[in-house]
Ligand binder design. Structure first.
Ligand SMILES: Nc1ncnc2c1ncn2[C@@H]1O[C@H](COP(=O)(O)OP(=O)(O)O)[C@@H](O)[C@H]1O
Ligand SMILES: CC(=O)N[C@@H](CCC(=O)OP(=O)(O)O)C(=O)O
Length: 299
């Protein structure tokens, strides 16, 4: 064998060695990971995600998972014959829809993520925004302008909540060195009267990342990142440029709450927010521990 022929394992060792500065950068830092419903449809991918979260924990990172479940909610609503519509990427939520939203998010989705992480050797604990006063919300409002009269009209979204106060004491308790748990949070909050609300999972993750002073907010979704009008990936966006991208239609649908969340998070102290492809295996590790990164970073 010549001197230049790699010996088995050398490639892995080199990759690990190159990761050293990144491991140091994220040591003891909090990373909030939003795990979107579209990124969890494949069983093998879900298991790989769980393993990566456990690996992060072993590498000294403090991962906090906030999950979605939009497609899974849609599937149960469909089976029950309940119609559902979205406004600006938010599901209009009446009483019957809220029932299904909480059933799906706090039930099978939350528990399957918890079980997958535990199976991979972690100690995940499932919560929702309603536990331990984690996420108080207010009723979300949106307005639209009538194109002819230019008069503003209020859109009623029903039981859609916007985070108003986040109390992270339960998360701090779970993640300190003595305990080492991994919180897995369903985005169901409640208001001052104890009424439950459906919170967009990106919005919930952003509010939690802000309250924790996270180093990174990673939003895992089903596209490579944010694309421009020509369909090219935008590697970096300034938070201040986001309103214009929404106004000129470059981004639409579910990408709107994602980018609004990213902009709000970085303006409120989160080190950076990244929109990345949850369908790509080990997307989390590539983003955090390689020089290539992944997706679109909002700074
Ligand atoms: N400029 C854009 N770049 C990338 N995706 C976009 C853009 N504008 C709209 N989208 C849409 O946003 C979607 C991601 O939002 P969403 O479906 O809510 O994801 P998730 O369920 O992961 O939260 C993409 O699948 C894409 O259809
Ligand atoms: C208000 C609102 O839209 N809530 C979302 C909550 C789940 C979610 O955000 O799931 P994804 O991240 O998988 O899209 C919904 O009902 O679909």
């Amino acid at each position: 064998m010549s001197d230049t022929t790699p010996i088995p394992g050398q490639f892995t060792a080199a990759t690990l060695s190159e990761a050293l500065p990144y491991i140091q950068r994220y040591d003891n830092k909090t990373v909030v990971i939003k795990y979107g419903g579209h990124a969890m449809v494949d069983e093998a991918l879900s298991q790989a995600f769980a393993r990566d979260v456990v690996l992060l924990k072993h590498m000294g990172v403090n991962p906090v998972v906030v999950h979605g479940g939009g497609p899974q909610i849609a599937s149960l609503l469909g089976r029950l014959g309940i119609q559902s519509e979205f406004r600006d990427g938010l599901r209009v939520t009446d009483d019957a829809t809220m029932e299904v939203v909480e059933m799906v998010l706090s039930g099978p989705i939350n528990k399957s993520i918890v079980r997958a992480i535990n199976k991979a050797g972690g100690k995940a604990v499932g919560l929702s925004g309603s536990d331990a006063d984690l996420m108080r919300v207010k009723r979300a409002t949106r307005t639209t302008k009538d194109p002819d009269s230019h008069v503003e009209q209020v859109i009623d979204l029903g039981f859609v909540g916007e985070p108003e106060a986040v109390d992270v004491s339960v998360l701090n308790l779970l993640t300190d060195y003595d305990h080492d748990f991994i919180p897995v949070i369903a985005p169901v909050g409640f208001d001052g009267e104890g009424k439950r609300y459906n919170v967009n999972a990106d919005t919930a993750a952003g509010a939690i990342a802000e309250a924790l002073g996270a180093s990174r907010l990673l939003l895992l979704t089903d596209v490579v990142g944010v694309k421009d009008k020509a369909g090219e990936l935008l590697r970096e966006i300034k938070a201040d440029d986001i309103p214009a991208l929404i106004a000129d239609g470059t981004v639409s649908g579910g990408m709107i709450p994602k980018l609004e969340t990213a902009a709000g998070a970085v303006k409120n102290g989160v080190g950076g927010a990244v929109i990345l492809d949850g369908r790509a295996k080990h997307a989390l590790l590539m983003e955090l521990f390689t020089e290539h990164g992944a997706g679109t970073i909002v700074l």
